[in-house]
Write a protein that binds this ligand. Structure first.
Ligand code: ATP
Length: 275
């Protein structure tokens, strides 16, 4: 499988303190990869190094086959970036902004198509300063994808989105991924990582503490299940058997039955606990 991103032994210090303390990463072409971790864990520093915005102190990094420490114009045009706070021109309309930026790229998407992709068709003629926070975020995303990037970085993309907008955004990202775009996102929403990511990495104190598919991260798939019903609750390795027994006891439907395994959030919280 071709790798979009390869990182070995990445390190970055600020004032003698480790922000990134030796990270290895392999992200395949076409993958949706989520980077999770508490505030200050080193996510943004890592991503900014991959984007070519920050110098590393040590380590080998390859992004789309090039060293992001020596970015070329051509390489930059193959990458889309959606930062946490994009500076936009408040007096331009959404359509003007997109048209303006699309001209920078050799193979850009049609601005109106991108506006439709992010659900802003009805606001295309509005000035940016008249948009809501969530709508501005959609403009950020539109600007990130207008250049038809092979690799898209999204830094906390759905902060401030209402639940419906978030779901629409997830569909947009899945569509981009189906078209072959590699996507790297940081998020504090565990359900977002679960819904979108093929793989996740959890970073804590500058190191990767777990990596894998959301469904199996940290032994999640093999963890004990909790069977709860109206009168009790047990943890068990054999929930099916427990449910069958209960069903016999109740002679049919079990009142208030739920069977759960640890959520991604449960696993995440246990992984980032200070040891
Ligand atoms: N320019 C800088 N100068 C000095 N220290 C910095 C700088 N940028 C980040 N740091 C420090 O490096 C560490 C990692 O920060 P980073 O922004 O990478 O974390 P993060 O995981 O992205 O956090 P968040 O979830 O809050 O965005 C933190 O301790 C932070 O204070």
């Amino acid at each position: 499988m071709t790798q979009a991103i390869q990182v070995r032994g990445l390190r970055k210090q600020y004032g003698g303190v480790d922000a990134v303390a030796g990270i290895d990463l392999d992200i395949a072409q076409g993958e949706i990869f989520a980077i999770l971790g508490p505030n200050g864990a080193g996510k943004s520093t890592t991503v900014e190094i991959l984007e070519g915005y920050r110098k590393r102190d040590a380590g080998e990094v390859s992004v789309l086959g090039s060293d992001p420490g020596k970015p070329t114009r051509r390489w930059k045009s193959r990458i889309g970036i959606v930062l946490q706070n994009t500076e936009e021109s408040p007096e331009l309309t959404v359509r003007e902004m997109l048209r303006h930026f699309s001209a920078y790229y050799p193979d850009s998407r049609d601005p109106d198509e991108v506006i439709a992709m992010v659900g802003l068709t009805e606001s295309a003629g509005k000035r940016i300063r008249h948009l809501s926070g969530g709508q501005r975020r959609r403009v950020d995303v539109a600007l990130g994808v207008v250049g038809r990037p092979e690799l898209l970085f999204l830094d906390e993309p759905t902060t401030g989105f209402d639940p419906e907008s978030r779901r629409q955004f997830w569909e947009l990202i899945e569509g981009l991924s189906d078209d072959g775009t590699t996507i790297v996102l940081t998020t504090h929403y565990l359900e977002e990582a679960e819904a979108l990511a093929d793989r996740v990495a959890v970073i804590a104190q500058g190191r990767i503490v777990a990596e894998g598919e959301p469904s199996t991260l940290g032994g999640r798939a093999t963890a004990k299940a909790r069977v709860t019903w109206s009168e009790g609750s047990v943890e068990t390795d054999t929930p099916t058997e427990t449910v069958l027994e209960l069903s016999r006891t109740f002679d049919g439907e079990i009142p208030g039955l739920t069977v759960t395994r640890p959520s991604l959030e449960d696993i995440y919280l246990s992984l980032i606990e200070p040891s």
